[in-house]
Ligand binder design. Structure first.
Ligand code: ADE
Length: 228
């Protein structure tokens, strides 16, 4: 089974390198995930392939029109069914690890990137199943948000990470932050690797990591500890 992600954007170039390198590339090379980019412009209207227009009621900024988006989504839906059609927008639900975990289990998803002032409200009313923000700040378009979302989802798909257990110890799994990690050398400028990590006692090491996770979370993100 292979997950398929279709991303619709007015500036698909913005999506390319973040999603075609490193782990995202490996996931696709392994056949675990397919990511397709769709240029809204190809569904634009008239000789100028228009995709946006001024807003009714006046006001600065262009709005993405419904027809090109409808055509693109309708085309995709005629080829397969989709579990989710997600719209990236600063007024969506703030992304968290729980949402990423849930989305990593889906088979086919569409992600629509907003641009300029956003999309005609009727696109949201008609097609969108979920609206996601990547944080309380405004980006110039949904593309960077879509890259963040796709990266966070794809790395959770089974088989994508080398050491399959490694996502289990991520920050935010179980609402805890990750413990500190060390590699060579054992000592650098008087800073030593904690003795326990050199002990070879893996039960004790697990215990230490759990303890550090908890302490670290309590210090930096006590809010997470109340969410369980
Ligand atoms: N588009 C513009 N700002 C955004 C945000 N914070 N999250 C997702 N998409 C956006």
């Amino acid at each position: 089974k292979c997950m398929r992600i279709d991303i619709i954007s007015a500036v698909p170039q913005l999506l390319k390198s973040p999603l075609e390198e490193s782990i995202m590339k490996r996931a696709q090379d392994k056949g675990l995930v397919q990511i397709y980019f769709h240029d809204l412009r190809e569904y634009g209207q008239g000789n100028y392939r228009q995709i946006d227009d001024t807003q009714y009621g006046g006001g600065a900024g262009m709005v993405l029109m419904i027809e090109p988006i409808d055509q693109c989504i309708t085309q995709l839906r005629s080829e397969r069914s989709y579990d989710e059609i997600i719209y990236m927008t600063p007024d969506g639900k703030t992304l968290n690890q729980k949402i990423c975990n849930a989305l990593s289990l889906k088979e086919n998803i569409i992600i629509l990137c907003g641009h300029y002032k956003g999309v005609d409200q009727r696109v949201r009313d008609l097609f969108i199943t979920r609206e996601i923000s990547i944080g309380d700040y405004v980006l110039s378009g949904g593309e960077l948000g879509a890259c963040v979302l796709v990266d966070a989802i794809v790395r959770l798909v089974p088989g994508v990470l080398n050491d399959e257990t490694s996502a289990l110890y991520d920050s935010f799994q179980d609402n805890l932050l990750a413990p500190p990690v060390y590699t060579r050398p054992e000592e650098y400028k008087n800073l030593k690797v904690p003795e326990i990590l050199l002990s070879g006692n893996f039960a004790k090491i697990d215990e230490w990591r759990e303890e550090m996770s908890y302490k670290h979370t309590q210090e930096r993100r006590p809010d997470l500890l109340n969410e369980n």
